[in-house]
Ligand binder design. Sequence first.
Ligand code: TYD
Ligand code: MG
Length: 451
Amino acid sequence: MAKVKSIFVCQTCGFEVSGWMGKCPSCNSWNSFVEEISEKQPDKISDKSFSAPVLIGEVKVDNEDRLSTDIKELDRVLGGGMVKGSLILVGGDPGIGKSTLLIQVCGQVKTKANILYVSGEESLKQVKLRADRLGIANDRILMLSETNISSIEKVIAGEKPEFVIIDSIQTMYSEEISSAPGSVSQVRAVTGELMKISKGSGITIIIVGHVTKEGTLAGPRVLEHMVDTVLYFEGERHLSYRILRAVKNRFGSTNEIGIFEMTGSGLREVENPSETMLSGKPKDVPGSVVVSCMEGTRPLLIEVQALVCPTSFGMPRRMATGVDYNRITLLMAVLEKRIGMQLHNFDAYVNVAGGLKVDEPACDLGIVLAVASSFRNIPVANNVVLIGEVGLTGEIRAVSQIEKRVTEAMRIGFKRCIIPAGNSKALSQFEFKNTEITCVDNVQQALELLL
Ligand code: TYD
Ligand code: MG
């Protein structure tokens, strides 16, 4: 009989120790160890488990190995569709819309074989009611209410579906592990089983994983490195926009995002995100500017807002939503030192409208102008888009993919683009009708032009 052993597993990173510890030596989180019983399998290597090395030229690849989900935004994030035999993790806060997205995928996708939807959270009735409400009419969907991984394995072997959805990994368990479903060792064991199934049979498996409050998946990073693709579904709960982001992709780029809107009848793809993001922008108001940033290969126009007001405390407050806090303090220091704006007596709040998060330096110039505009109480003209990275000496540095950013601004109908002087050469070969391009060298010049 295998020896029963008790171990302590960090619920944040999966680090294992033999005795309880207050702080995890691996990820430094406090009070995260939970006792789990692991039945160690005796190490045995049978003759069958050896695989012989193969020359790379002799490895067979099928050309037609991607399956389009028929949801363009999702396909883009996946790098052109689901790769056959891959393991895809869709993570996100509870209630953000993961199950909704996946049942919609089931409804849209065109497959030759059946699709298996394994629900461990909701009853089949609940899933069916939701599918009916969303108008999903695909008779290829097989529903299964099951949480035992070995039963699921048998069903998959019998049905040979085109792809499988596991909703969610935290409800599944393996009989070989005695700890509760959702614990690190269960999640790891179940994912390991699923990985074996997908690699062995070439069936794509999509795993739903809930995210804990700290922002990592419960049963967390252990999951991320095992799967081929990790997608996060993000968004503010009270806003209707949802952003699907690839954080790991073995078969494509990780910069792409997909934008959806949660409506009464499910998730809708946002086809023109720039227009949607700017739809609520106020006109002629100080502190509101438009920047052109890149999300993957796609340019996106977004509104950056700032509010600067006198502080009533000794320490002025700085707050940033959707942009890096440290970047805000840095850019305000540049304004203070290089332009001489006395910001040290003022609170400053910077916000990216629409619940988006941007971390691109190309938005710097926009942030600087938004803060300066609010400070001086002078609006920046409505038809201007700002592009540029700001350096510590107040210089404006060139950014990548300038022509895409400017083209997007022109398409939406902006009349003027302020760009770094360093980018003027790259743009000289393009012709932009109806849009005036103005190059600036430093923050001072940009302020003189616009405020
Ligand atoms: P769900 O897909 O169940 O979330 P998850 O699987 O990530 O936990 O999404 C549930 C939320 O979505 C719920 O708060 C209601 C909302 N919703 C809509 O607004 N419209 C719809 O058509 C559906 C199906 C859900
Ligand atoms: Mg769900």
